[in-house]
Write a protein that binds this ligand. Structure first.
Ligand SMILES: [Zn+2]
Length: 948
């Protein structure tokens, strides 16, 4: 492709239904890119900034690099740690996204956006040119979406497309669920499989049954209970045919029957819920019942709904299992975990007072601790028999934490002493497999198979006892991501069936065969936390926060989930390994606010256009206090035979989640190059279908409005640790941790993981920028005129040398600055002495200090917002300084997801060009699916196209 053609194509880029971006520059006055603090320092002279400050970012004292030198290689400067690090970013990467031509990145962007050659805010110019309309750049899209909903309330029936997962919004339940709780991937459902197939997108849904919601009146989900004469809870009203629960879609008749919206069959209404007179003498109507006008309700469940018949449900039981091998002691993680257990138990006493706790430790043997409240001092029991584990005692194994707090405290103190004084000498062997078995046995025997939660730390590869992995030599060479260890597979199955869920805290970056040892976590919907290079002073607050947060997130256990759909649609698969990606109803041993289930649907029949399709998710669960409930979540989709309408009401978040999970399901032999190719083909096919069937048949690249940032997110997914080239092992900790993240993360955290958000703190902020709009501090606002300034694309060229950025990736918040950053700004932000050396700046406890300055308050607002939207109690703040922090290079190459990667995965801008070329080719060859008439594609069945 010639350079001219390339430019031509880029200038053709447009969003759907928007006029092409005018190819001129500087129409709107651009705010000077200067530091908020006006000081005399020469590096912040705005005149100099105009000259290529992008290229200067993180350079070592070379503020005047000439941007006009196309071959300038700033690899060594970037990161500043010499060639070894500098190789990550080459001049080719910075200057030339297309390896076979000499065009500079800046030029391509300029051509595309009409920005001047040196503009560091290329994206900003772009927005202004686009008249403030939606952008295909994630940062702009996020701010626009938040601003759009600031003064509105999302009405769950009247409003259709849900705000982005990173947008906070107030909602009111009008008889359909909040989209955060459950949402379809296509809000206008294609009337048949042929039409769906022509979109090349999956029809499915994303369900987060216990998502935290912001409601107008702060109302909770209503609890519906009805009791009989003996005060026993009665079963909720259900369809006699499909067993769906009463919901706002049921049509009531005068003949005491109702028509089920799911299966369209009439059932008889139980006599005792018919209209009548309530205790207060008021007339009651069926329509007035809460379950008839709320999209989400909890029903109290009668005893026949118990997980184990004839057994009363119990409050949740926790067992803490602590790794005390010499390696865990050596890196300080054992002590940190003990502190985390202590604080977790305090949390349980305060907020989950009915729950019970137990404590175990392990190295090459197991230790149990008697927590009987009448004991004065801790009593430990050692089990050295690892192949056939047993529980040495029962009375006092689990205790009411408040009652037994003295003996619990003494027990934890004794374990600490044991560690501190190295009693028993160094024990480098760990019997993790036997420890999990023992914890399972303890929970099952003590609760009568009712289940519970195991919270376990692990620092090394299990080497003794059951599940010993030290003899396996070949793991480093495996080219698949399947657990092939019988012991862990069987253990995981048993845990699942016994309603036991496992959380694991891995505190070492050494090879622990994570894929195998965390199989129980994956199968039981637990949480995996990973602390590579654990350092006590850096990470102990992290592990404590994470453990307490996990516990605070738990909603209940013994959960069974079922999705029901209107006639014509049914579940194809739940994206869960525990059901082997089938349509079997998933059992979720412990369910949390963050539990998310993605579901793929399939057609069993043609739907009727213009009618509604109904969906109900029911989760039968035991809440944390031992009360059995059913949460019923209901939503509706309109059936359509109009392709344009189908594309218009896509839910990008759910589509993206399903597509990513489908890749993971079919990851097979880890042919990541091949997988990348299929993702790219898939994206090209989707856009081709749209261009051919809906879009204007122009030469432009058209991105459908509802899915305009989908290519960016999927490109970023291609660049993730999961898909890094596998020269040797496919089972390194980083890759496996990444894989698990995709299975576990809620939608907001997944969005930030794939596209971290950069907030420039050095810019001149308007008064309302980064302040809360509402009195409840839920919605963070910026002024419309600040969108450009506060939207930073995640590319090296977009960053300002001497800038100061707050960056969230959903797991951490990085505070990025360098030696050219205005010290007065850092003083206002962090309260530090402006003369302090860059490398000496620290953040105590990983939090921003509270200082009475505007910039400090705005930064803390931003962090608070991220915590809320990610459902995190806290996000650790980590400093990110070139030449100072040894993780700098690794982090920066991960978060700059728009850039070309070291293994040559393309930049976003080039990616769009490539897509455009492929789409043009396909259109020319008529290589797309047509929807009218009896096209040859009609015989396809869904298995052939849902898969990547
Ligand atoms: Zn029914």
């Amino acid at each position: 492709m010639s350079q001219d053609q390339l430019y031509q194509q880029m200038s053709d880029l447009s969003l759907d239904q928007q006029p092409q971006l005018p190819s001129k520059s500087g129409r709107k006055h651009k705010r000077p890119a200067r530091a908020y603090h006006d000081v005399n320092g020469d590096n912040f002279n705005s005149g100099m900034q105009a000259q290529g400050n992008d290229q200067q970012f993180m350079s070592q004292g070379q503020p005047n690099i000439n941007m006009n030198t196309p071959q300038f290689n700033n690899a060594a400067q970037f990161g500043g740690a010499g060639p070894a690090h500098g190789q990550i970013f080459t001049s080719q990467q910075v200057n030339s996204p297309m390896s076979n031509n000499g065009a500079s990145n800046g030029n391509i962007q300029n051509q595309m956006t009409g920005a001047n050659q040196f503009g560091n805010n290329i994206s900003s110019n772009n927005v202004s040119d686009a008249q403030g309309t939606s952008s295909h750049y994630v940062p702009i899209q996020r701010w626009e979406d938040q601003i759009n909903i600031l003064n509105k309330t999302f009405q769950t029936v009247n409003d259709s497309v849900a705000p982005l997962p990173t947008t906070s919004f107030y909602s009111v339940d009008q008889g359909s669920c909040n989209p955060r709780t459950m949402s379809l991937s296509m809000l206008n459902i294609p009337e048949n499989e042929q039409l769906r197939h022509a979109t090349k997108l999956p029809l499915g849904m994303t369900i987060q049954p216990f998502a935290e919601l912001v409601t107008v009146d702060g109302s909770e989900i209503p609890i519906i209970s009805s009791v009989d004469a003996e005060n026993n809870v009665k079963a909720p009203v259900r369809c006699q045919r499909c067993r769906s629960y009463i919901n706002p879609g049921y049509k009531l008749s005068y003949d005491s029957t109702f028509l089920c919206n799911i299966c369209n069959v009439k059932s008889r209404m139980p006599m005792d819920i018919l209209p009548g007179i309530d205790n207060g003498g008021n007339a009651t109507t069926l329509e007035g019942r809460l379950e008839m006008n709320h999209g989400t309700v909890d029903f109290l469940a009668p005893s026949e709904y118990n997980a184990i018949q004839a057994k009363e449900p119990l409050p949740l039981h926790y067992i803490f299992v602590i790794d005390v091998t010499s390696m865990a002691i050596g890196n300080g993680s054992a002590m940190a975990v003990i502190e985390a257990v202590k604080q977790s138990i305090e949390y349980i006493i305060d907020y989950q007072p009915k729950c019970k706790v137990a404590i175990m430790t392990f190295d090459n043997k197991l230790k149990f601790y008697n927590l009987r409240p009448d004991l004065d001092a801790a009593q430990e029991y050692i089990v050295a028999e690892l192949s056939d584990v047993f529980i040495p005692f029962y009375n006092g194994l689990f205790a009411d934490p408040a009652e037994s707090i003295n003996v619990i405290t003494d027990t934890l103190r004794k374990i600490e002493n044991f560690i501190r004084n190295d009693i028993g000498g160094p024990v480098p062997y760990n019997c993790y497999g036997s420890a999990i078995q023992a914890a399972q046995l303890a929970l099952s025997e003590f609760t009568g198979n009712q289940g519970g939660k195991i919270i376990c730390s692990l620092n090394s590869l299990p080497t003794v006892g059951n599940g010993n992995l030290s003899v396996r030599k070949d793991d480093n060479l495996k080219q698949n991501l399947q657990c092939d260890n019988d012991f862990y597979r069987k253990l995981s199955d048993e845990l699942l069936k016994s309603y036991i869920s496992v959380d694991i805290f891995v505190t070492s970056d050494a090879f622990v065969d994570m894929l195998t040892v965390v199989t129980p976590v994956e199968m039981t919907a637990g949480t995996l936390k990973y602390y590579p290079k654990f350092q006590k002073e850096m990470d102990d607050h992290l592990i404590i926060n994470d453990m307490v947060e996990n516990i605070s997130n738990i909603v209940g256990y013994q959960a069974l989930l079922k999705v029901r759909c209107s006639t014509g649609l049914t579940v194809d698969q739940y994206y869960l390994k525990s059901v082997d990606y089938s349509d079997r109803d998933p059992l979720i041993p412990v369910i949390t606010k963050d539990t998310v289930i993605d579901v793929l649907l399939k057609y069993t029949d043609k739907l009727k256009a213009k009618e509604d399709a109904y969906f109900q998710t029911a989760i039968l669960y035991t809440d944390i206090n031992g009360i059995r409930k059913v949460r019923s979540i209901n939503c509706t989709g309109a059936v359509s035979n109009n392709m344009a309408e189908v594309f218009k009401f896509m839910n990008q978040n759910s589509l993206m989640r399903i597509m990513i999970k489908d890749v993971i399901r079919t990851i097979g032999n880890c042919d990541f190059i091949g997988i990348r190719k299929t993702i790219e083909q898939k994206v090209a096919e989707i856009l081709t279908q749209y261009t051919a069937l809906v879009g204007r048949r122009t030469n432009s690249l058209i991105l459908p409005d509802a899915i305009k940032t989908l290519p960016m997110y999927l490109l970023s997914f291609e660049k993730s640790d999961l898909m890094k080239p596998n020269f040797r092992s496919t089972r390194g900790n980083e890759r496996i941790y990444d894989l698990f993240q995709y299975g576990m993360l809620n939608s907001a955290r997944l969005s930030y993981k794939l596209y971290p958000q950069f907030i420039p703190l050095h810019t001149l902020l308007e008064e309302n920028d980064l302040t809360f709009y509402d009195v409840h501090n839920k919605m963070l606002q910026i002024e419309s005129k600040s969108i450009m300034e506060l939207s930073v694309r995640n590319g090296y060229n977009q960053l300002l040398n001497g800038g100061c950025y707050l960056i969230c990736d959903g797991e951490k918040v990085y505070l990025m600055f360098n030696k050219n950053t205005n010290r007065m700004l850092l003083q206002d932000l962090l309260g530090i002495d402006p003369t302090i050396a860059l490398g000496d700046i620290t953040l105590y406890g990983g939090i921003l200090p509270e200082i009475d300055t505007q910039i400090n308050e705005k930064a803390r607002n931003m962090v608070q917002y991220w915590c809320e939207i990610c459902n995190k109690q806290s996000l650790p703040i980590v400093l990110l300084r070139a030449e100072v922090d040894n993780y700098y290079q690794e982090v920066i190459s991960r978060i700059l997801c728009e850039d070309q990667t070291i293994n040559k995965i393309t930049s976003y801008d080039s990616y769009l060009i490539q897509l455009h070329t492929i789409i043009q080719e396909k259109i020319k060859k008529e290589d797309y699916i047509k929807v009218s008439g009896n096209s040859k594609n009609h015989e396809l069945f869904h298995q052939q196209y849902v898969q990547f």
